[in-house]
Design a binder for this molecule. Structure first.
Ligand SMILES: [Cu+2]
Length: 312
């Protein structure tokens, strides 16, 4: 303050008043953070949030299993109860038939069309963001832009019996109101870009602590994102990265089914970001030194990860 008052020739009292006024003027916007507590199997979360940039902090410290947050927008005119019974219910039957060997993986799409409700074909459930797989005992966040409307906050991970956590109780209705959150778009320095055959990380030093990232997606020849997701895992001696990649595929029989083959620290999977342009934001905490890997859920024949060390 002495330095500032010297430069612009103001008394320290005047400088103090200027600082006080600027602090109260509302220019300094803060993130709107919603804490989501995970249990096996339930979420504790608010049922209403304002619209705009909302940070969902998933706290998995009370749970004993891996969990995630998926956010889906329910079409207008469809209730949350209908979404659960008719939409999630259809996927539940489909998954059960698949796990029981009654249908092949290649038949999933066709069978889904038969099982999903009529309304889904005209005005479909819109996925906004998913995953951010998080091991028990950990906490991680995702910051997502939400328009007003009715949403569902779900966990699509499966338990040991192959039952979706949603069906066991990990689902909540979420109303996004017209009221603006007035929270800023995040501005992390660290960025991760997903390419067809590489994951690049810029402006980031691997170390213990809390880290915020902006994820970008490269586009293929048709203008689609090459990949839409990334996660951070610990790599231990017994970790098989091919196995982790296969496990991250929900559509495989053992996919996203407990127990997880690695310790997941968080990440994100976007469905609404513009490939090649928009950033998707997430943050996580590295609690100990060791070997780690950024890993993308890809086709089994084209796995993609990048390992690195976090020193003492
Ligand atoms: Cu779960």
């Amino acid at each position: 303050m002495t330095f500032l008052s010297h430069i612009i020739k103001l008394s320290p009292v005047t400088v103090f008043l200027i600082l006080l006024i600027s602090a109260c003027s509302g220019d300094h916007k803060e993130a709107y953070v919603v804490e989501v507590m995970a249990f096996d199997y339930a979420f504790n979360a608010p049922q209403e949030v304002p619209s705009g940039w909302i940070t969902f902090e998933l706290n998995n410290e009370m749970a004993h299993e891996i969990h995630e947050i998926s956010i889906a927008k329910i079409p207008e005119g469809i209730s949350y109860a209908q979404y659960l019974s008719e939409y999630v219910g259809a996927w539940e039957i489909l998954l059960q038939n698949f796990q029981d060997g009654e249908i092949e993986r290649s038949e999933l799409g066709e069978r889904a069309q038969e099982l999903l409700p009529e309304w889904e074909h005209e005005n479909s459930v819109e996925y906004i963001n998913a995953r951010g797989l998080l091991a028990a005992g950990r906490t991680a966040s995702k910051t997502i832009y939400l328009e007003p409307g009715n949403y569902a906050l779900d966990c699509w991970v499966k338990n040991e019996d192959g039952i979706i956590h949603i069906s066991a109780g990990m689902t909540r209705p979420l109303r996004v109101t017209e009221e603006p959150a007035n929270s800023p778009e995040p501005t992390p320095e660290a960025s991760i870009t997903l390419y067809e055959d590489d994951i690049t990380v810029e402006n980031w030093e691997p170390q213990t602590g809390h880290h915020q990232f902006a994820m970008f997606m490269d586009i293929d020849e048709e203008g689609n994102a090459v990949y839409n997701n990334v996660h951070l895992i610990r790599v231990e001696e017994e970790t098989d990265l091919h196995e982790v990649n296969n496990w991250m595929d929900w559509y495989s029989i053992g996919g996203l089914r407990a127990p997880a083959p690695a310790d997941f620290l968080g990440g994100t999977s976007t469905y609404d970001a513009e490939p090649g342009e928009d950033a998707t934001y997430f943050s996580l905490t590295i609690t100990e030194p060791g070997e780690y890997a950024w890993i993308v859920n890809t086709r089994p024949d084209n796995p993609l990860w990048k390992t690195f060390s976090v020193d003492e």
